[in-house]
Design a protein around this ligand. Structure first.
Ligand code: TNX
Length: 626
């Protein structure tokens, strides 16, 4: 592929940047790097090797899928569950991440999933969640798990999902495990869905296997009642610096769902690329979408791609928050429509990693036509309530012009019927009804933001030095930045969103979000490596009550998730802070994990396509009778 020349931005005026940029002195643009995919693939393979014992035939066998593919794997057991080998690691009822509000174990009251277990629903709206539960459990168990109506109040031997008027809140649930069955009750499908994610974590790690394995599918007995601390729990994916296709985004949505996160913020535009098709301004993607950091081909979402993403997210109770970054971070837009540049001339495409040099002309009326058209089209495609307008690092726009631009843009958003979100740089401007500031500071003292909160704004917290998942874990992390410091798992976990910003009360905090900027992140494996294990840490801060935050407990609960990620074929950082289990899964589970473990990215290309990059929706349907 032809390399796109890297345009040199004008250097920033440091005295100006100092007052606005939160970054610590010494921050520099990342050098355009060689892909770290190879290194990550090796790390992931090592992690898998450590977590999964070598088979009797020697380590080489780990790398080869079974001769006939998955079909050659052992058929699931058909006999009584009691005949199965004992599980290598016993899941405890309290091992869930994020930690549930209340857990009451009942020793000896385990429920064991059997070949004839059925999923019973009461309430039509529960049926979709029941189908999702069946789809999660069928591949590894190989059981048919039919979904049927619960005609009896307490059917024996089944998993019952019930929508009830009980007070679980809009996302809470109650889960009861007894030897006779499992019951999840919630007031909403979202609550049931979160309960299903808990149920999933209570089964042995081998439940994540994409192919049938023999295991003792026991769930520990007892009860859990649970509900989130904050209504907004999110992850941001920057698809502008490097473009990630629809299947990658759907897979990230699956990761959010596992950990009860309910917002996916897509950073859709930046200097290096415009990633969402706009009918009324087609050159935004035709010209502005054709590049990325390092000179790769870039790409964009068609309107149908975007619809597919929001629909897939909605099925998983995840709201998409689209961001169009304005007035800065707009070089890609200006390559397409040079008339909006302050000097009226289109700049060259940009493939570097500097920030703060570009902006649309805030004194040009045509700029507001673009803003209204773009935000109008995106609002019409987006079912969720939010439109994120960026607002960060517009270093070259004078403060009065910046304020006028943001205020006018806030009004345009209100006109679309959506609620405006912006990076906290928009704090000083006039309040707009319901507006939300996304705070990415690194020092909890921020009087300008606290003042905006007193004028009515709410905050989503993404502290740069705790929640920025593009920061390195450690000095030797192969990809990532360090301008906000190193963020190991403990640092991601050890802060309290309720008290983090001085003068901002907990009830003004809408929630938390972990942004993943992708200047150095080029592949799905690299995305997963940066997300795991820090994403579950942020998820716990967003979901679990303050009283349940406890690093030692979190670390221990999280440890049992390593084998789950390995079985699901996910890359992750095998952080030395986490006591990953030494026990080995049962032999069949090991074998089942092999096909995905061989599918980590190959080392040689900048934009690695994983052989496993199947769309989660296109994945072959599990065959219940396999
Ligand atoms: C700051 S945080 C940015 C992004 C960069 C990121 C890298 C924010 C609103 N802007 O443009 O990608 O740092 O860590």
């Amino acid at each position: 592929m032809p390399a796109v020349p890297t345009a040199a931005p004008e250097p920033l005026d440091p005295s100006r940047a100092a007052g606005v940029d939160e970054r610590e002195p010494g921050h520099r643009a990342l050098p355009v790097h060689e892909p770290a995919a190879a290194e990550l693939a090796r790390a992931a393979t090592r992690a898998a090797d450590d977590l999964l014992a070598p088979p009797p035939g020697g380590a080489d066998d780990l790398l080869a899928p079974p001769p006939g593919g998955a079909d050659d794997l052992p058929a699931p057991p058909t006999g009584a569950a009691d005949d199965l080998p004992a599980p290598p690691v016993r899941v405890r009822l309290g091992d869930v991440v994020p930690a549930p509000e209340r857990v009451t174990p009942v020793p000896g009251a385990d429920f064991v999933l059997a070949p004839d277990t059925a999923i019973l629903v009461s309430g039509d709206d529960a049926r979709a969640v029941a189908g999702q539960l069946a789809a999660l459990l069928r591949p590894a168990t190989g059981y048919p798990l039919p979904v049927t109506d619960a005609t009896r109040p307490e059917p024996a031997g089944g998993i019952t999902l019930t929508l009830a008027a009980a007070d679980h809140g809009p996302e809470g649930y109650r889960l009861d495990v007894t030897p006779d069955g499992v019951r999840i009750e919630a007031a909403t499908p979202a609550g049931l869905f979160h309960g299903v994610q808990t149920l999933r974590q209570l089964l042995p790690a081998a439940i994540e296997s994409p192919v049938p394995v023999a295991a003792h599918w026991a769930l520990p007995g007892g009860s859990i009642t649970d509900r989130p601390r904050f209504p907004y729990r999110g992850v941001m994916l920057d698809v502008a610096r490097h473009f990630f296709g629809v299947p990658d985004v759907l897979r990230v949505i699956d990761h959010l769902a596992r950990y009860k996160l309910n917002h996916l913020h897509l950073h859709l535009t930046d200097d290096q690329g415009w990633r969402i098709a706009i009918d009324s301004w087609p050159r935004l993607t035709e010209v502005g979408g054709a590049g990325e950091v390092g000179g790769g081909p870039g790409g964009h979402y068609t309107r149908d791609d975007y619809r597919r993403i929001v629909a897939y997210a909605a099925e998983r109770h995840v709201t998409v928050v689209p961001e169009i970054d304005l007035p800065g971070h707009t070089n890609a837009a200006l390559t397409a429509y040079g008339e909006l540049a302050p000097d009226g001339t289109a700049p060259p495409p940009y493939t570097g990693t500097e920030v703060g040099f570009s902006y649309v002309d805030p004194t040009n009326e045509r700029t507001y036509e673009l803003v209204a058209d773009v935000l109008g089209e995106i609002a019409a495609l987006t079912p969720g309530p939010w439109l994120h307008i960026g607002g960060d690092e517009a270093f070259k726009v004078r403060p009065d012009a910046y304020a006028a631009f943001v205020e006018r843009t806030q009004r345009i958003v209100a006109g679309t019927g959506k609620t405006v979100v912006g990076w906290h740089q928009i704090a000083p401007v006039a309040h707009a009804e319901g507006r939300v500031l996304q705070w990415w500071g690194t020092k909890g003292e921020d009087p300008v933001t606290a003042d905006a909160v007193h004028r009515g704004a709410r905050l989503v917290l993404s502290p740069g030095n705790h929640a920025y998942l593009d920061m390195k874990y450690a000095p030797d992390t192969p990809i990532g930045h360090d301008w906000a410091g190193l963020i190991d798992v403990r640092r991601a976990y050890d802060w309290d969103p309720g008290t983090h910003v001085v003068g901002v009360p907990a009830d003004a905090v809408l929630g938390v979000e972990a942004p993943l900027w992708t200047e150095s992140v080029t592949s799905r494996a690299e995305v997963e490596f940066m997300l795991f294990p820090r994403l579950p840490a942020i998820a716990e801060l967003g979901w679990s009550p303050r009283a349940r935050h406890d690093w030692a407990g979190f670390r221990d609960r999280l440890a049992s998730h390593g084998p789950r990620w390995a079985a699901a074929g996910m890359a992750f950082h095998r952080s030395p802070e986490i006591p990953w289990p030494a026990e080995r899964p049962a032999p069949a589970a090991r074998q089942a994990a092999i096909p995905t473990q061989t599918n980590h990215p190959t080392p040689t290309t900048t934009h690695t396509t994983l052989p496993t990059q199947t769309d989660p929706e296109d994945a072959p349907a599990p065959s219940p009778s396999a």
